[in-house]
Design a protein around this ligand. Structure first.
Ligand SMILES: Cc1cc2nc3c(=O)[nH]c(=O)nc-3n(C[C@H](O)[C@H](O)[C@H](O)COP(=O)(O)OP(=O)(O)OC[C@H]3O[C@@H](n4cnc5c(N)ncnc54)[C@H](O)[C@@H]3O)c2cc1C
Length: 397
């Protein structure tokens, strides 16, 4: 059995694992890092986006290492009742640029791709190939597809990067175009103008079940392109089936994924915005926390991230409650009304919502006024439970 040694071994070279590796490399240039990824390159096939207001200064500095697309002026939302432009900057990072930056920045040999982690413990990581990487710190960043310990609904989507025959004429992103036919839950198109004739289009649903009908969504994107008077063809594609967490037993979730002495980060650690399913701002913040903690001689990353995840769970209960209202109180075809109602609120409140930093006054404001769903159903939904966030296989913890 081959043996390697590292200061920190990271299982899973996706968003969270890659950001931790980068943050550690920046603050501890001499540290030996082992970033183990099952896929061909770090990051998989994703496009990650975030609002400028999502990040604290340290996280923004970390993200500035990547060549992301940035729209400084405004983004737009469109609903049947109105359209609105909001002045918040928006960013988007393609996983190929994420991988390029990691490969350029980390010391040669730090990234091990095409390697499956078969086991991990407080002393290191064992690969399916038999190689053992002994490390002082071990972090599990292997992502999360589903779990029976948490409850909720799903955000399912298919995104395509299109090369158009002519310039699309769009100046900034459209984060939600919900003027489309409402089918299979809350449906909207998400549009990023990546270049004068390059457009990223995503057809998204807040759905009760994790069913992704890829041919149907491809057809709906093509129909949307045609309806807007554009023509061209899709060059690349990505799909997502993300849990929208509305409740559950977080202690059981942590227990189900715990290995003594091993820290957990990313979606697997519970660092998710419950309602948007976004993890990037939390992954960046956790990466900076890990890098800082490593300066202490006896850093206990597992205990630190466990406690941080519990704090995050407690701080995000409001968004799980909104999720229960979305899935429980609104008829699927009427779910858009919840977002249509929300997006009339002041821009700074909306920024804090996406950053999962809503104040008590924001919460009162979001819930105040005439509710967008029937009041009796809204109260019923608060006490209700969504199904477990697992498909059908009971083996998923
Ligand atoms: C298509 C898509 C688009 C998204 N867009 C956004 C967005 O715009 N903004 C946002 O904030 N969030 C977005 N999300 C949600 C979320 O932020 C991402 O899923 C994010 O990648 C989660 O980060 P993670 O590191 O926890 O998991 P991942 O990025 O999924 O990383 C886990 C990694 O672990 C590897 N792995 C798993 N098991 C093993 C093993 N046994 N051995 C070795 N490697 C293993 C996987 O190959 C994977 O690369 C998106 C999700 C998807 C799927």
């Amino acid at each position: 059995m081959a043996l390697q040694k590292a200061d920190i071994a990271i299982a899973g070279g996706g968003l969270a694992g890659g950001l931790i590796a980068l943050a550690v490399a920046r603050s501890h240039p001499a540290a030996a890092i082992a970033l183990v990824e099952g896929g061909e390159r770090p990051g998989g096939n994703h496009r990650w986006s975030w609002f400028g207001s999502d990040l604290d200064a340290e996280s923004a500095a970390l993200l500035s290492c990547f060549p992301s697309a940035r729209w400084n002026d405004s983004y737009t939302v469109r609903f049947p009742a109105y359209s609105r432009a909001l002045p918040t900057p928006y960013n988007s990072l393609a996983s190929r640029d994420f991988a390029d930056t990691l490969e350029r920045t980390l010391k040669p040999g730090s990234i091990m791709t095409g390697q499956t982690v078969a086991g991990l413990d407080a002393g290191g990581v064992t690969l399916a190939s038999g190689t053992r990487i002994e490390a002082r710190h071990v972090i599990d960043c292997r992502g999360l597809k589903e779990t029976r310990t948490l409850r909720g609904g799903w955000q399912v989507f298919l995104g395509q990067e299109w090369r158009l025959d002519r310039p699309h004429g769009m100046a900034g992103p459209v984060i939600m175009d919900a003027t489309v036919v409402q089918a299979d839950g809350y449906r909207f198109l998400y549009l990023l103008p990546l270049g004068a004739d390059t457009l990223f289009l995503e057809d998204t649903y807040y759905a009760d079940t994790p069913v992704l009908d890829e041919p149907l969504l491809r057809q709906r994107i093509a129909d949307y392109v045609r309806a807007r008077g554009w023509s061209g063809k899709p060059m690349a594609e990505e799909t997502g089936t993300l849990p929208v967490i509305t409740g559950g037993d977080f202690a059981a979730f942590q227990e189900a994924h715990r290995t003594p002495g091993v820290a957990r980060a990313g979606a697997r650690g519970g660092f998710v915005h419950p309602l948007t399913s976004y993890t990037l701002p939390h992954a960046a913040r956790v990466a900076t926390l890990v890098a800082r903690a490593l300066s202490a001689p006896h850093a206990d990353l597992a205990a630190m991230l466990d406690a941080e995840a519990r704090r995050h769970w407690q701080a995000t209960g409001f968004y799980r409650l909104l999720g229960r209202m979305l899935f429980g109180a609104a008829h699927p075809a009427q779910r858009y009304r919840v977002f249509q109602h929300f997006y009339r609120l002041p821009a700074p409140l909306i920024e804090r919502f996406y950053a999962a930093r809503s104040t008590w006054a924001d919460r009162a404001r979001i819930l105040a006024g005439r509710p967008p769903v029937p009041v009796t159903r809204a109260f019923g939904a608060l006490a209700s439970h969504c199904p477990p966030l697992a498909r059908t296989d009971p083996s998923h913890a």
